[in-house]
Ligand binder design. Structure first.
Ligand code: PEP
Ligand code: MG
Length: 581
């Protein structure tokens, strides 16, 4: 049994067989073969090996003639490994004695050797480990041939293990078969992490290098509460986690029972809890938990789900589905926030070649340079606004000029729709995300030009502290509890109050119940949270009074270091709702 720690990003426990996504996305379909098939499976292994050796010999000859002997020698070393009698015997023994499939046995033996070499702490040997991984891939390719399975074509439940999953790959996970996932990279507020919550998949990210320890088909436990990935759990651990699964299901039922209860403090002050969604089908997760509306609809996922750009009608249908479900309650539709790590598969190469994509052409900047794209979306939003209280929100606004340009485009779209005699509602509230420090610093000026602010702490933290929200190497520096973030929030709140502009927080910070007393105490009366977090945040709201929250916020703001703030807030939450800590 092997235990790896990472960052817990979506709660729950997933137990299942590993689907390891290497660079070639191989999946080992089965771990065992029937005893009467052992001879034919060994023959299959030998045939694959012969084909692999022939392939290597071809590469060796080509490299030697084109590049010189020393390059050919790389392949000669691979060939030597592929013909190593000890190694081959170990693989065949596993097939014969343990009835392992050739895929599982080769992967297991070659990875074990590779790990041993990696652990010798010598660069030369570590590089030889790469040769073994290479050989593993080559043999698997010959073994699996046409049977190579892709992430998109799953037929049985799996736990996905990958170096990285992009938001668009995550958005496309087949939740019928994917039980949970773990990745080597990624951070707490990365979009992949947010999507795990949206798909209600237990997930751990930022585990660091661990894929070489796993063979496809091995049993894995993903503990999305503690941030653990357990490879090959022993029986006692498995039993403990099965019991945990049952306990969590009943806790979830209890929290859901809070759905119909009002979100008011003990002294009767309403705190409106809205849902953050990425997909229209999440409205049900929100309504079941008693959301007061949608505070953030991340519409870009409509683009990430498909290879083709969604038409105006496709977008209109998606927005209508959400607006109808909320019958008159606010639905804040955020315009496209594409770019950085959120891009359709088709744009992957372009984005990867862009230096500093987080500071580049993303979000509102991208739509302002692609007016047909922007206008199509605004048309669909305004048409859906006939059905309810739709509000438009612009993401990543960093200057007043950008905001004014975006509003001008909106006015143009209204003119066009009017001219065309379309059915639409042009009298929608218009707001902006405050997620760039410049927007917080200029909140006073921005407040004169919008109907509402929504504080996006995910990006605000990233840009204020200069910490990539998806990079586990700096995850310790990424904290909602940093005093600089409170100052930013205070600036926005005071500008909003002065100009009577509504304000909410929609970043992940508002979904973490440790921050609920602080945010309420600072003066927030609207929070937009992930659907899963609604019951917990509501439980905190219902156990607080506003003066109590103010006292907590005041004290938290005297502390100078994020870690002290976090500890203090966790302690206060423990007093209010011990079961949530
Ligand atoms: C944010 O940045 O806080 C936010 C809500 O937007 P996203 O997470 O989609 O970047
Ligand atoms: Mg953002």
């Amino acid at each position: 049994m092997e235990l790896n720690r990472g960052i817990a990003v979506a709660p729950g426990v997933a137990i299942g067989s590993a689907l390891v996504l290497g660079s070639e996305d191989f999946r080992i379909p089965q771990r065992f073969v029937r005893i009467d098939a052992v001879d034919s499976e060994i023959a299959r292994f030998r045939a694959a090996l012969t084909a692999a050796v022939a392939e290597i010999t071809g590469h060796e000859a080509l490299a030697s003639s084109r590049l010189g002997q020393q390059y050919g020698a790389i392949f000669a070393a691979h060939k030597q490994l592929a013909q190593d009698p000890k190694l081959l015997k170990e693989i065949e023994d596993l097939i014969r004695q343990k009835c392992h499939s050739p895929e599982f046995a080769s992967s297991r033996v070659l990875r074990q050797y590779a790990r041993t070499l990696q652990n010798l702490g010598d660069r030369y040997f570590a590089e030889r480990a790469t040769d073994l991984f290479d050989l593993e891939k080559r043999i698997l390719r010959h073994l699996l041939g046409e049977r190579r399975e892709e992430l998109m074509q799953l037929t049985a439940p799996v736990v996905v293990l990958a170096h990285n999953l992009t938001p668009s790959e995550t958005a496309n996970l087949d939740t019928k078969y994917v039980l949970g996932f773990a990745t080597e990279v990624g951070g707490k507020s990365s979009h992949t992490a947010i999507l795990a919550g949206a798909l209600e998949l237990p997930a751990v990210v930022g585990v660091g290098s661990f894929l070489s320890e796993v063979s496809g088909g091995e049993t894995i436990i993903i503990d999305g509460n503690q941030g653990l990935v357990i490879i090959g759990p022993d029986e006692e651990t498995l039993n403990r986690y099965h019991a945990e699964e049952v306990k969590m299901k009943s806790a979830a039922v209890h929290l859901r029972s809070l759905g119909p209860l009002e979100s008011v403090t003990r002294d009767g002050v309403p705190i409106h809890l809205y849902g953050n969604i990425e997909f229209p089908n999440e409205v049900e997760h929100c309504t079941q938990r008693g959301a007061a509306g949608i505070g953030l609809y991340r519409t870009e996922f409509l683009y990430l789900e498909s290879d083709q750009e969604p038409t105006e009608e496709v977008q209109y249908a998606a927005y209508c589905e959400v607006v109808r479900a909320f019958a008159g309650k606010p639905v804040v539709i955020r315009t496209l926030d594409l770019g950085a790590e959120k891009f359709p598969q088709s744009m992957q190469e372009v984005i990867e070649a862009t230096p500093n994509p987080t500071l580049g052409l993303r979000s509102l900047r991208l739509t302002l340079q692609n007016l047909p794209l922007f206008k199509t979306q605004l048309r669909a939003i305004l048409r859906s606004a006939v059905l309810g209280d739709v509000r438009v929100m612009f993401p990543l606004v960093s200057t007043l000029l950008e905001l004014r340009q975006a509003k001008m485009i909106l006015a143009d779209v209204i003119d066009d729709l009017e001219e065309q005699g379309a059915t639409f509602n042009g009298k929608v509230q218009v707001g902006m995300m405050v997620e760039v420090p410049s927007a917080a610093l200029m909140a006073d000026e921005f407040a004169r030009e919008v109907d509402f602010f929504s504080i996006g702490t995910n990006d605000l933290i990233q840009y204020t502290l200069a910490v990539d929200r998806a990079n586990p190497a700096v995850a310790n520096l990424y904290s909602s509890a940093d005093p600089s973030i409170f100052r930013m929030i205070r600036m926005v709140l005071s500008a909003a109050e002065k100009h009577e502009v509504a304000v909410s927080v929609c970043g992940q910070m508002s979904s973490d119940p440790i921050y609920t007393p602080l945010l309420v105490g600072m003066g927030l009366r609207e929070l937009s949270v992930t659907p899963q977090a609604i019951p917990e945040v509501k439980q905190v709201v219902r156990s607080l009074t506003v003066p109590q929250a103010q006292e907590i916020a005041e004290h938290a703001q005297t502390l100078e270091v994020a870690r002290d703030v976090e500890n203090y807030l966790r302690g206060e939450l423990k007093k209010l709702c011990p079961d949530l800590v």
